[in-house]
Design a protein around this ligand. Structure first.
Ligand code: SF4
Ligand code: SF4
Length: 433
C-alpha cells in the first residue's frame, strides 16, 4: 500500500512503525473472511482492511480522530485473527494499538462513554477495587432485567450479567513470596499473578503454583508486580499501560539478586501477548529497553513452560471429553493454540475442537462491557459450537474467555492448568466437583 507521510511525521517512532506496517498491506482482503466483526456485520469498515484504510487516512492527514473512525476501531476485538490469515505479515496489532492511542489523545468521547471507560480503567487492574466492585455488582445483579439491552444502560446491564453469582474469598497463597521447588530446582520462575483473574478465579494461580513446583520450579511472586497493562493499553491509555508494564519489568528483574527469573509464567494468555510485546513497547526507553526485551524473551505461556519442563507420567483421573477453546491471544497473538491442547491430549483427556475455532468468543479484555451486543452474538455462536461437541467440560487458557463462556454454557468451564494439575496429582478442579 502506498503511503504519503511527511518526513516530519516519520520522525515520530510510532508513525514510522505504522508506515512500515501499512506498506506491507496489499489490499488482498483475505483477512476479511476470518474477522469476527466482518463475519457478523458484513461491513467493509468492520473488517481489518477497512479499518486499515480508516487508520491510514487518520494518521497520514495527522488529523484528530472522527466519529466514524472511532466507531469502527472500537468495534475491533483485537483478536488478531487477521494476523494469522494475512499472507503479507501485516502487524495489525501494533497498528491498531497506535490508532487507539491516537484516538485517546485526539477524540473527546461522549460523557457516559468516558465515564464507563474511566471506571473500567480505575477498577479492573486493581484486585482490591475489583473485589469491592464485584460485591456491588452482586447486590445490584437482580435489577439487571429492568435495564434496556442497548445504549449506556445496556452496558451497565452487561456488566451486571458478567458479575459472578459467587465471589471467591482471597486465596491463602496471595501475596509476595517464594514457593520452593519439590526436589532439585530446575528453573526459577516469576509468576504473573494477574489482576482480575486473582479475584474471579484464585484457583488458577493455586493450580499453577502446585504444578510448577511439582515439576521442579522455584516460583516467586515479585513485590511490585501487578496488572500487565493490557486492559488500559487496549483503551489507548498509553501512560497508564506503560506505568503498569514498567512496574512489572522492574519487579521481575530485581528477583534472585538482580539476575531476574529464568522464565516469567503467565496463565492468562491475553496478558501473555502483551508482556511478550514489552520489548516493543519500551523500544525508545533508554532506562527500560534492555530489561523489557529480557522480560519479553523470558515470558512463557503456562502451556509453553510446562511443555519445556515435560509432564512425565500425567494421567487424567477420569475419562472426560474436553471441548478445547483456543483463546485468540493464544492462537493468534502467540501462535500457541496447539500447545496446551497437546498437553491435555498427552494427559489422556478426550479433546475435541469446535467448529469456527478461529473466531473470538467476544470477551476480548473489556470488549464484552463496552460492546455488549456484538460480544453477546459472538458468545452465543461460540457456546453453540462448543456444546455441539457434547463435552463434559470446556477448557481454555484465558480468564476472560472462561468468564465469557461460563456465563452462557451448560457445562463447567475450567482453565487448562487446573486439568494438568489434577492429572499430575493435584485436586479435582472445584468446577467439576
Ligand atoms: S483484530 Fe480481530 S476484530 Fe480486529 S480487525 Fe483483526 S480480525 Fe477483525
Ligand atoms: S490479508 Fe493482509 S495484506 Fe491482505 S488486506 Fe488483509 S491486512 Fe492487507
Amino acid at each position: 500500500m502506498q503511503t504519503n507521510f511527511s518526513l516530519a511525521q516519520l520522525a515520530d517512532s510510532d508513525v514510522k512503525e505504522s508506515e512500515t506496517i501499512l506498506r506491507k498491506c496489499v489490499h488482498c482482503g483475505f483477512c476479511t473472511a476470518t474477522c469476527p466483526t466482518y463475519v457478523l456485520l458484513g461491513d467493509e469498515l468492520d473488517s481489518p482492511r477497512g479499518r486499515i484504510y480508516l487508520i491510514k487516512d487518520m494518521l497520514e492527514k495527522g488529523r484528530a480522530a472522527d466519529e466514524r473512525t472511532v466507531k469502527h476501531v472500537d468495534r475491533c476485538l483485537s483478536c488478531l485473527s487477521c494476523m494469522t490469515t494475512c499472507p503479507s505479515g501485516v502487524h495489525y496489532m501494533h497498528l491498531v494499538d497506535h490508532a487507539r492511542a491516537h484516538i485517546e489523545r485526539t477524540y473527546t468521547r461522549p460523557l457516559l462513554d468516558r465515564l464507563l471507560r474511566g471506571v473500567l480503567a480505575f477498577v479492573l487492574p486493581h484486585p482490591a477495587r475489583m473485589r469491592a466492585a464485584l460485591i456491588g455488582a452482586l447486590l445490584a445483579k437482580p435489577l439487571r432485567h429492568i435495564l434496556p439491552a442497548k445504549g449506556f444502560l445496556g452496558r451497565v446491564r452487561a456488566l451486571l450479567e458478567m458479575a459472578p453469582s459467587r465471589i471467591e474469598p482471597p486465596s491463602t497463597i496471595e501475596g509476595v513470596r517464594i514457593f520452593p521447588a519439590q526436589g532439585p530446582t530446575r528453573k526459577r520462575v516469576a509468576l504473573m499473578q494477574g489482576c482480575a483473574q486473582r479475584v474471579l478465579a484464585p484457583s488458577i494461580n493455586e493450580a499453577t503454583i502446585r504444578l510448577l513446583t511439582r515439576l521442579g520450579c522455584e516460583v516467586a511472586v515479585a513485590e511490585g508486580s501487578g496488572c500487565c497493562g493490557a486492559l488500559v493499553h487496549h483503551m489507548g491509555k498509553t501512560e497508564a499501560s506503560h506505568a503498569q508494564a514498567g512496574a512489572n519489568i522492574r519487579a521481575w528483574m530485581k528477583l534472585w539478586g538482580g539476575a531476574g527469573p529464568d522464565a516469567i509464567a503467565i496463565n492468562a494468555s491475553g496478558c501473555g501477548t502483551t508482556v511478550k510485546d514489552y520489548g516493543f513497547m519500551f523500544r525508545d526507553d533508554p532506562e527500560l529497553k534492555a530489561f523489557a526485551e529480557a522480560v519479553s524473551r523470558r515470558t512463557r505461556d503456562i502451556g509453553e513452560l510446562v511443555t519445556e519442563l515435560g509432564l512425565g507420567g500425567a494421567r487424567a483421573p477420569e475419562k472426560l471429553t474436553v471441548a478445547y477453546h483456543s483463546a485468540c491471544s493464544l492462537q493468534h497473538g502467540q501462535k500457541l493454540g496447539g500447545v496446551p491442547r497437546k498437553l491435555l491430549v498427552d494427559s489422556g483427556f478426550d479433546v475435541r475442537d469446535p467448529a469456527e475455532g478461529h473466531l473470538c468468543c467476544g470477551s476480548a479484555g473489556t470488549y464484552n462491557l463496552t460492546q455488549p451486543e456484538i460480544a453477546a452474538q459472538l458468545r452465543a455462536r461460540k457456546v453453540a459450537n462448543l456444546q455441539a461437541l457434547n463435552p463434559d467440560l470446556v477448557a481454555a487458557g484465558n480468564i476472560g474467555c472462561i468468564a465469557q463462556i461460563a456465563a452462557a454454557a451448560d457445562v463447567p468451564v475450567v482453565h487448562t492448568v487446573e486439568l494438568l494439575d489434577w492429572a499430575t496429582g493435584g485436586p479435582k478442579p472445584a468446577a467439576l466437583a
